[in-house]
Design a protein. Structure first.
Length: 124
């Protein structure tokens, strides 16, 4: 059961990262997540190219987290590394977009707890 909960959380959280791509590439507008080229609480302007690169990073995190979730379900040997490092990357982009992504940090903390708890208890 734990495996399915963690895999579902990884896949869901990964899919949420599509928002970064959609917003930073101006594919859609979301009222609560306005387009901006500023990060770190609107303190640092990384410009048009910088925000596009950040959008690509969000996409890569999406792919890695979804792959980790699927890898966990399939019993692969690499899923844990994907889950761990994509959660670290997600935490970094969450901090960069802090004013709009605070809730994502809570999810990342939950994923870290489940990863380390599950690993220490041998649940997967």
């Amino acid at each position: 059961m734990f495996t399915y909960i963690l895999a579902g959380l990884l896949i869901f959280h990964g899919l949420v990262h599509i928002l970064g791509l959609l917003i930073f590439f101006e594919i859609t507008e979301i009222e609560t997540l306005p387009y901006s080229t500023k990060v770190l609480g609107e303190r640092v302007d990384i410009g048009y190219i910088g925000i596009r690169l950040l959008g690509i990073i969000w996409l890569l995190i999406l792919i890695a987290m979804v792959a980790a979730g699927i890898g966990l379900l399939l019993g692969t040997s690499w899923w844990y590394s994907f889950a761990l490092w994509s959660t670290v990357a997600s935490t970094v982009v969450t901090i960069l977009g802090w004013s709009d992504t605070k809730f994502g940090l809570l999810i990342n903390v939950l994923v870290f707890i489940l990863l380390f708890l599950g690993n220490s208890q041998g649940w997967y």
